[in-house]
Design a protein around this ligand. Structure first.
Ligand code: PDD
Length: 286
């Protein structure tokens, strides 16, 4: 079956989908995006993803390309035309097409909208979760507003490539004070020696992960202890467990950081349990 994409008002074959060479996303990375999980035919936490998209657009003063209701229709159409049961939807909005100039184009220039969908075999992720992943650490070289989900991801790309070259799945980014901010495409968590779940507090130096938000509700419902604060690499090395969260990974146990075994070296009980119950709580919309 041929893949179909939505590009600026039209459904087109994925291989034929085009954007203009003077799209500001292409020239300035002047745009934002969302990745939303599709699980058993339903979108997971769609409302929260759309709210974060609206936040990113507002922070960058980019006009919404469509009203939320219309965008929801497009997203469903792309899911249906690609017959995705399990996978992801990718939504990207840029400031639009205009002659190259750092200054914003006139208001008459409309934002560009692209929506694609991808199938994923959920069993592959489960196999990974049963084994646990390795992470490396590297300095956080990103700008100071990573709470905005921009398509400007060069430091993330470089860090992720470094992880790959070192045989790890993800890279944890370390701030100038030696504290872990987050992963290149995920939030970072530990379970401390005392059994407290710890993740970086919300501010401009991390993305407000949707999986993170939903997981915090699950943690509260389970009566587990949570601290939203910075943690150091040393604390992570000494942790009982570590894990990452994100729409593409869900809750994924980390068993090794910079070549050092975490806890028993096997996926931790807390992370595994939270992973197992995540989809029971996350909002589903079809
Ligand atoms: N990334 N932090 C960063 C830097 C991210 O890029 C992501 C998601 C997250 C987790 O957010 P969420 O739980 O909403 O997926 C945290 C997506 C999956 C990506 O870039 O592909």
């Amino acid at each position: 079956m041929s893949r179909v994409a939505y590009a600026n008002g039209r459904y087109v074959l994925h291989r034929d989908a085009m954007v203009h060479i003077e799209d500001r996303g292409y020239q300035f990375a002047d745009g934002v995006y969302e990745v939303c999980e599709i699980f058993r035919g339903a979108l997971i936490d769609e409302k929260r993803h759309f709210e974060r998209l609206a936040y990113s657009l507002t922070e960058l003063q980019i006009a919404a390309p469509l009203r939320t209701g219309a965008l929801a229709v497009v997203v469903r159409e792309v899911m249906a035309r690609n017959r995705i049961v399990n996978g992801f939807i990718y939504v990207q909005v840029t400031r639009g097409v205009a002659p190259r100039d750092h200054v914003f184009p006139p208001k008459s220039v409309s934002p560009s909208l692209v929506v694609t969908a991808r199938h994923v075999d959920p069993e592959k992720n489960e196999i990974k979760a049963r084994k646990g992943i390795s992470v490396i650490t590297t300095p956080d070289l990103r700008w100071k507003r990573v709470d905005i989900k921009t398509i400007s991801l060069l430091p993330n790309v470089l860090a992720r490539q470094l992880a790959r070259e070192r045989g790890a799945y993800e890279a944890w980014l370390i701030d100038s004070g030696g504290m872990v901010t987050e992963g290149t495409a995920s939030n970072a968590w530990i379970v401390s020696e005392a059994g407290t779940i710890v993740t970086h507090q919300l501010d401009h130096s991390i993305l407000r992960g949707i999986t993170r938000t939903t997981l915090i509700e699950i943690i509260a419902a389970q009566g587990l202890k949570l601290e939203e604060r910075k943690f150091s690499l040393e604390e992570a090395f000494a942790a009982r467990e570590a894990f990452i969260t994100g729409a593409t990974t869900l809750i994924m146990p980390v068993v090794c950081i910079d070549g050092r075994q975490i806890g028993t070296g096997a996926p931790g009980q807390v992370a595994s349990k939270l992973r197992a119950i995540f989809h029971d709580t996350a909002a589903r919309s079809s």
